[in-house]
Design a protein around this ligand. Structure first.
Ligand code: FAD
Ligand code: SF4
Ligand code: SF4
Length: 484
C-alpha cells in the first residue's frame, strides 16, 4: 500500500455530506444526509494522517480498523475497504449513519484540534452502500453445521449481531422477538430521517437468508418461560433492551395528551411502515396542528421533536433542565432540530400539567433552573429559581426522560436470575454469562440505555463466549458419549 495519497488534511478541508433542503426534508421521513460522491469520499478519506496510535480506533467500541479502510478508500479500492470495515462490524452502514461520531471515533481523531476530524462515519456509510450496490456484500458464510442450537431473546442490534456470528460458526440460531418485526429500536425507535427502514430490513433479510430462524410475535414470559428456552437450546442470550419509561411525579401528569416518548415514536414508525395505526389516524398520537412540548434532553427527545415537526405540529418546544453544553444528546441532532424550527427552552423544568375543562392538557407549568455546584459525578445540580414559574401552552406533551429495564426475573418467571439494583442483568464481563448456567446477556439490558454500536459489540462478544461455552460442554460430554 502507498501512503502518498494520505495526510491531505492540511490542504483539504473537512467536508461533511450535504443535507437536504430544510423545507423539503421536514415534509417527509427520508434521511436528511446525502451520500458522498466517490470523489468526495476519496478526498475525505485521504485527509487521514495514518496515525501510529490511532485514537479513532481506540475510541470506536468495535475497534474498527479505521486507518486501513480510509487508506483503501482514498486509493479507490472500495471492495477491500468494505472487507476491512465489515470484518469487525456487522452493520457498518447503520453505525456510519447513527453513531454519535463526535463522541466516539471522530471526536478522538488527532487532527480534530487544528483541522477538524476525518469524516469517518460518512466514509464508512459510503463504502458499505457502494458494496451493496456492487454486489460485494455476499451471503453470510455459514460454518459446517453443528448439532447445537442457541436461542436469542430480542431481535435488536445486540441480538442480531450475536445471531450472525453464531450462524457463521455453524450453530442453529433462533431469534425470538415480541414485536411483529425484527430490528428492535432500529426499526421501531429510531425515526426514518436518521435511519431509513429499508436499510435495516436489508440486513434482516440477509440474516434470514443465512438460515437464522426469526420468531416474531413471540414474547418470552408469555409464550415461553426462560426455563423452557433453556431446555430447548444449548445456550440462551438475553438481548431484550430497556423499555420502561422513566416518569416524574407532578400534579396533572395523568391527564390526556401526555405520552411516553416510545409510544409516540413507535406509532410514528409503524405509520411510516404502512401499518394501520388507529392511535395515529384518530389524532391521539399525532402532532398535526398541535402545540407540542417535549420534556428531556437526550437523543430520544431530539427524535420526538423532529418527528412532531414532520407530522405538521403548530409549534414544537423542547424543555430541558440543564443548558445546551450539558445536554446528553448529540449536538449534531440539536443543530438539525433547530434548523427544522424546534425551539429549545433551556434551564427549565416542569412543575405541573394544567388541564382544560375536557381533561386534556393545555399548558405545562414550569420553573426556571439555576445550575448549582457540581455533585460527586461532576455534573452541576439543577436548582429551581424561586418565583420563576410560568406556563407554556401545550396540546400534547411527550415525556422523554430515559428508560429502565423491565423486571426480567418476574417477566421471565425466573426469580433466580440475578439483576442489579437498576434491573439490568448481571453478567461476568469475562464470559458475558449471567448467574444462570448457559444464559448470557448483551446490549442495553446489561448496560442500561446505551448505543447501537455498543449493542453490536456486546452481541459479538457474547457470541464468542457462547461458542466457547458450548464447545466446553461438548468436550466435557465427549467421553460419556464415546463410552455409551
Ligand atoms: P433493542 O434494540 O431495544 O432490542 C431489544 C429487542 O428485544 C426488541 O426488539 C424487543 O421487542 C425485544 N424484546 C424485549 N423483551 C422481550 C421479550 N420478553 N420477549 C421477546 N422479545 C423481547 N443509539 C445510537 O447509537 N444512535 C442513535 O441515534 C440512537 N437513537 C435512539 C433513539 C431512540 C428513540 C432510542 C429509544 C434509542 C436510540 N439509540 C440510539 C439507542 C439504541 O437504539 C439502543 O442502544 C440499541 O438499540 C440497543 O440494542 P439492544 O439490541 O440491546 O436492544
Ligand atoms: Fe465510528 Fe461508530 Fe463506525 Fe466505530 S462504528 S468507526 S464509532 S461510526
Ligand atoms: Fe486518521 Fe484521525 Fe484515525 Fe489518526 S485519528 S488514523 S488521522 S482518522
Amino acid at each position: 500500500m502507498t501512503t502518498d495519497r494520505m495526510l491531505q488534511f492540511v490542504d483539504k478541508a473537512q467536508q461533511t455530506p450535504g443535507k437536504r433542503d430544510i423545507g423539503q426534508r421536514v415534509e417527509d421521513f427520508r434521511e436528511i444526509y446525502d451520500e458522498f460522491s466517490i470523489d468526495r469520499a476519496r478526498a475525505q478519506a485521504s485527509r487521514c494522517s495514518q496515525c501510529g496510535v490511532p485514537f479513532c480506533q481506540i475510541h470506536c467500541p468495535l475497534h474498527n480498523n479505521i486507518p486501513d479502510w480510509l487508506m483503501l478508500a482514498a486509493e479507490g479500492r472500495l471492495e477491500e475497504a468494505y472487507e476491512v470495515s465489515s470484518a469487525t462490524n456487522n452493520f457498518p452502514e447503520i453505525c456510519g449513519r447513527i453513531c454519535p461520531q463526535d463522541r466516539l471515533c471522530e471526536g478522538n481523531c488527532v487532527i480534530e484540534k487544528g483541522f477538524q476530524s476525518v469524516t469517518i462515519g460518512a466514509v464508512e456509510r459510503f463504502v458499505t452502500e457502494t458494496a451493496f450496490e456492487n454486489g460485494w456484500v455476499r451471503p453470510i458464510p455459514v460454518g459446517p453445521a453443528r448439532d447445537q442450537s442457541v436461542g436469542i431473546i430480542g431481535g435488536g442490534p445486540g441480538g442480531l449481531a450475536a445471531a450472525e456470528q453464531l450462524r457463521r460458526a455453524g450453530y442453529t440460531v433462533t431469534v425470538y422477538d415480541r414485536y411483529d418485526r425484527m430490528g428492535g429500536l432500529l426499526i421501531y425507535g429510531i425515526p426514518g430521517f436518521k435511519l431509513e427502514k429499508e436499510v435495516v430490513e436489508r440486513r434482516i433479510a440477509r440474516l434470514q437468508e443465512a438460515g437464522i430462524e426469526m420468531r416474531s410475535n413471540f414474547e418470552v414470559g408469555r409464550d415461553a418461560s426462560l426455563e423452557e428456552l433453556r431446555q430447548r437450546h444449548d445456550a440462551v442470550l438475553i438481548a431484550t433492551g430497556v423499555y420502561k419509561a422513566r416518569e416524574i411525579k407532578a400534579p396533572g401528569i395523568t391527564q390526556g395528551g401526555i405520552y411516553p416518548a416510545l409510544d409516540y415514536l413507535i406509532t410514528s414508525n409503524r405509520q411510516g411502515l404502512g401499518d394501520a395505526v388507529p392511535a395515529y389516524d384518530d389524532g391521539t398520537l399525532n402532532a398535526a396542528g398541535k402545540r407540542v412540548v417535549v420534556i428531556g434532553g437526550g437523543d430520544t427527545a431530539m427524535d420526538c421533536v423532529r418527528t412532531a415537526v414532520r407530522q405538521g405540529a403548530k409549534s414544537v418546544k423542547c424543555l430541558y433542565r440543564r443548558d445546551r453544553a450539558n445536554m446528553p444528546g448529540s449536538l449534531r441532532e440539536v443543530a438539525n432540530a433547530e434548523e427544522e424550527g424546534v425551539e429549545f427552552v433551556w434551564l427549565t423544568a416542569p412543575e405541573a400539567f394544567i388541564d382544560g375543562d375536557d381533561g386534556q392538557v393545555r399548558a405545562v407549568k414550569c420553573s426556571a433552573i439555576h445550575l448549582g455546584v457540581a455533585d460527586a459525578t461532576g455534573r452541576q445540580t439543577p436548582r429551581k429559581v424561586a418565583g420563576s414559574e410560568r406556563d407554556i401552552d401545550a396540546d400534547m406533551v411527550i415525556m422523554a426522560l430515559g428508560f429502565d429495564p423491565e423486571e426480567l426475573p418476574v417477566l421471565f418467571a425466573a426469580p433466580e436470575l440475578a439483576v442489579s439494583r437498576w434491573g439490568t442483568v448481571l453478567v461476568d464481563p469475562r464470559t458475558s454469562m449471567s448467574n444462570l448456567d448457559g444464559v448470557f446477556a448483551a446490549g442495553d439490558i446489561v448496560r442500561g440505555a446505551s448505543l447501537v454500536v455498543w449493542a453490536i459489540q456486546d452481541g459479538r462478544n457474547a457470541a464468542e463466549h457462547i461458542h466457547k461455552y458450548i464447545q466446553q460442554q461438548v468436550a466435557a460430554n465427549a467421553p460419556l458419549a464415546a463410552a455409551s
